[in-house]
Design a protein around this ligand. Structure first.
Ligand SMILES: NC(=O)c1ccc[n+]([C@@H]2O[C@H](COP(=O)([O-])OP(=O)(O)OC[C@H]3O[C@@H](n4cnc5c(N)ncnc54)[C@H](OP(=O)(O)O)[C@@H]3O)[C@@H](O)[C@H]2O)c1
Length: 333
């Protein structure tokens, strides 16, 4: 590689079933020239998100990722040169840079970020993961002291923060995660009151034991069978914050939805609400102030999972979908 080369990971084919390395290709192009109103960015960290896989299915809250294009993805980048007002070399931004070394993007698509240490916090606790956990739990879930809060994908980037915020708010917190080690980590390191290993089978029974007074708030990252196990255990007037549906992303969608929708929602008078974190960006400062104070006081632990090398990005996403990450996964480019 020379300094004029831009390495890029292309999605060469959309998967019809499980995502594999054969769906990607490492390619090289010239470093782009920024146009009027654009900045040239050097990508520093690429965020790995379960949603990256969902974008391959079709348009969601953003347009679909198409075959033979640079794989889309958010990242933290440094401005190399700028032809846009308000951006100068050395500035740090968050943007949909895609999986590549360099990107030239219009300034209106960049969010200027403070240069903090470690920079990775801009993707984890002070980035989309932390903000999603904060707004999804507090604005949609509305937990109160003494409530039982259950969160799925609890050892992941969003889930691990959700559970800790719920603890800070005085709730009993139950995490659902895959494997004994992750479950042990949730209770011993992150302060969860209980954890359920969904890979051990009998989720419904284990959940009943972990949440004996029922569930007041369920923060749903996964949908599918875990949502089905939670629904009958919801207390009357409970709330389900629908954050994502990881169980449905990697492969063909299941033929039937979870049983209990809408019957249990009716009889238990539940509120089930989806949300997209971008809708809350105007209120970001409120969330950041809280998150920063919890991190500073040690009440909120930040778990990051950093993998080196752009060429390892496909493997990092495939692994995340299989559950081999703990906390926020990202690639250092
Ligand atoms: N609404 C929004 O604005 C918004 C914003 C950001 C993210 N999200 C959503 O938040 C959720 C978390 O995403 P993330 O990117 O932060 O990923 P993550 O939680 O860091 O990692 C994904 C985790 O999901 C678990 N998982 C994978 N397949 C599963 C299955 N079939 N059933 C149960 N768990 C499974 C795996 O852990 P185990 O080992 O426990 O299986 C894996 O580690 C996703 O649903 C994502 O779409 C929503």
């Amino acid at each position: 590689m020379t300094s004029t080369t831009n390495r890029q990971i292309l999605l060469i084919e959309k998967p019809t079933d499980k995502l594999g390395p054969e769906h990607f290709k490492l390619s090289e192009a010239a470093i782009p020239e920024p146009g009027d109103g654009e900045a040239l960015l050097r990508v520093r960290y690429i965020s790995l998100d379960a949603a990256n896989r969902a974008w391959m299915h079709g348009a969601t809250y953003r347009s679909a990722v198409e075959a033979n294009t640079v794989m889309a993805g958010g990242g933290i980048a440094e401005v190399v040169s700028s032809r846009a007002d308000g951006l100068a070399p050395g500035d740090i931004v968050f943007a949909d840079t895609g999986w590549q070394d360099y990107a030239a993007l219009p300034a209106k698509h960049l969010t200027k970020m403070p240069r903090i240490e470690p920079l990775t916090y801009l993707l984890s606790v002070y980035g989309i993961a932390g903000l999603t956990a904060y707004f999804g739990l507090l604005d949609i879930g509305k937990p109160r002291e003494g409530h039982t809060v259950v969160v799925s994908a609890a050892a992941g980037s969003v889930g691990s923060i959700v559970g800790q915020i719920a603890r800070i708010k005085g709730c009993r917190v139950v995490g659902i995660a895959g494997g004994k080690d992750k479950c042990h980590w949730l209770t011993s390191e992150l302060g969860f009151d209980a954890a359920v290993d969904y890979k051990d089978g009998a989720v419904f029974k284990a959940l009943r034991a972990a949440a004996p007074t029922g569930i007041d708030v369920y923060f749903d990252n996964v949908g599918g069978e875990i949502l089905e196990a939670c629904l009958p255990q919801m207390n009357n007037y409970g709330r389900i914050a629908c954050c994502g549906a990881i169980s449905q992303y990697d492969g063909a969608p299941s033929a039937t939805g979870p049983r209990g929708v809408p019957g249990l929602i009716v009889v238990k008078r539940l509120i089930m609400q989806g949300f997209i974190v971008m809708d809350y960006m105007k209120e970001r400062d409120r969330a950041l102030a809280d998150l920063q104070s919890w991190v500073a006081s040690g009440q909120l632990k930040v778990q990051e999972d950093i993998i080196d090398g752009l060429e390892n990005t496909p493997k990092a996403l495939i692994g995340l979908l299989a559950g081999d990450n703990r906390g926020k996964r990202m690639v250092r480019v």
